[in-house]
Every structure is written in structure tokens, then in C-alpha cells.
Ligand binder design. Sequence first.
Ligand SMILES: C[S@@+](CC[C@H](N)C(=O)[O-])C[C@H]1O[C@@H](n2cnc3c(N)ncnc32)[C@H](O)[C@@H]1O
Length: 216
Amino acid sequence: MTLSQRQWLDRYGQRYVIEVARSGRATTIPAQAPLDLRTVFGRDRELVVEIGGGHGETLTAAALDQPDRNYLGFEVFEAGLAATVGKLAEAGLDNVRLIAGDGVDGLRHLLTAASCQEIWVFFPDPWHKTRHHKRRLVSPGFADLVASRLKPGGYLRLATDWPDYADWMTTVLDSHPALRRQADGRFPTRPITKYEARGLAQGRVITDLTYQRVSP
Ligand SMILES: C[S@@+](CC[C@H](N)C(=O)[O-])C[C@H]1O[C@@H](n2cnc3c(N)ncnc32)[C@H](O)[C@@H]1O
């Protein structure tokens, strides 16, 4: 972490970062009582969850654009979390909360069935070698979990800069009975993040995917 990231975290961490029960590995979120979202946000609103937000560009832009929604970000990388806290504080936002930990654990243990209007996964797993494929975030089990956490009619949005990961995402998600691929591509306020800019500069093509939870 840089000095300024440390300072953002010290100064504004309490405002944005929610503490949850921990056990074992630092990023693991064990089984525990789900979050009381009304208490966490101080209001009841549609919830948008981002897994692996990196430096927080997307959450910050979205929370400014749609202040009527609540946003919850999971990030395992402490410097990314600190950078996000800095951006949120600079923007004066109060509709975003962050959790330092694994977003899959978080979806499973901290959020209840049909609690999310949207779930976002933009550029997960930057490692693209074949030996890393077994660690991919998107999997049949992940699709089941996402489908259960989305409200009926809610959306899963994803992006990747690796064509074979895009193929894998569509193979896994197209075959899920509760998810239906939508024609919409990138939503207009999704910014080009530092990570995406690097992919573009290296000539990679970005694939945006949207799925709607269709079953009741
Ligand atoms: C390649 S970066 C992309 C960041 C950002 N989404 C963007 O569009 O620029 C992936 C990020 O996801 C985080 N990450 C990966 N797996 C995660 C998980 N299971 N839970 C939370 N964060 C995760 C990594 O720490 C990293 O910051």
C-alpha cells in the first residue's frame, strides 16, 4: 500500500469498510449471520454487489450516477480496497460499503436469497494460462450461487478481456436454467478502469455480458 492509500484507510475506513467475522485465511469469510442491510446502509434500497472491484473506479462512478441504489463491494486486495475508500471519500459518497474479503464467501454467507438487484464481476482472474483455469471465479457453482442471490428479474453483469474466458462464461451461464443472456452490452457509466485500459493497449477486445435471473 502507498502512504496515501494507508492514510485513506485510516481516515475513512470506518465509514466505508464493514467488519465481519473472520476465521482461518485473511480473505475467507466464514458462515455467520447475514448482514442486516438496512442497518449497514441506514436505508432500504436496491442492492448492487461488485466482486473484485480493484481500485473502485466502477463503484464510484455508479454510486454517483445512481445515488438511490446501495452498493456493496468485495475486494481481497488491500491496496485496491484502500484506493476505493479514497475515491469514495473524495466523491463524498454515502451509498457504498466495502468488505475486505472473498466475494464468493460473501455472497454465500453475508447475503440472503433474492437480496441483490445486480451482481457485477468485471475482469475477474487476470491469470489466463490454462493451468489457472481451474481457479476461475465463474463456474457452475458460482452460477447457482449468483442465481440464488439475485432477485427474480435482477442482473448479473460481467466483462473480460480474454476471448477464451468469455467463451467459458457463456458456456457456463447460458446453460443455467435460471439465467438468460440479454442483448445489452456495456452499460454507459461503466468506466474504462486502469486494468481495462492496459488490456486495450495490448490489443485485447473486451466482451461485456449480461444475464437476467428469469425463474421465480
Ligand atoms: C483484474 S482485477 C479487475 C478490477 C476491476 N474489476 C476492473 O474492472 O478494473 C480483479 C480484481 O478482483 C479481485 N478479486 C479476485 N477474486 C476475488 C474474490 N473472490 N473476491 C473479491 N475480490 C476478488 C482482485 O484482487 C483484483 O483486484
